[in-house]
Design a protein around this ligand. Sequence first.
Ligand code: SF4
Length: 201
Amino acid sequence: MIKNFIQNYTQNLITLLQNIDKNSIEQIINILEQCQKDDAKIYQFSKLMKSIGVDSIKLSGCVVANDGKENNKYHKPFYEEAKKICQKVKDELEDNSFEVFDSYHYLEDKFEKDYTWCPYSQILPVIGADLNIYPCQDKAYNLENGLIGSIKDISFKEFWYNDKNKFFKINPSKDCQNHCVANGKNQMILDYLDVEHLGFV
Ligand code: SF4
């Protein structure tokens, strides 16, 4: 089943890359550059993604600071308008071949965490282009307090099963006073496990 999934996923990716011509890439870069200045580009960008064969898109706000209030302040001037356009993307572009996940919302004001183990680092790890493994996208490329290890010289499987302690190096109560896409899910898992000490997912 996993093999089929990977084969299908790879084939979709190849088809997608084959369909992207130089013109589309220039349009993508152009639109992304404009997005910050003009919310309407969210619609244009989504439409372009659909036209080149992307089958699922997630719309979410950029995180510009490690402080929730700062982020919300940044988004406030254009929030209502951008939110309407996200809805328009969903209403007009979503169909059986194109899924739209609208995740544009204000962030929590507080990024404090009181737990010391991050279960999601074993569920949503990120393999960086530098072959380092990070616990999540919020910590990607954060070498200071977001590095779990590297697969530069070993396979991912070897990395995964060697020395489980690496999954407990990051202490969210100290290292993750930042936006965290998995905070709610981490709290649910920890509630569910209801343990002080560390499990291995
Ligand atoms: S930011 Fe969140 S998901 Fe990432 S390591 Fe910290 S607690 Fe885990």
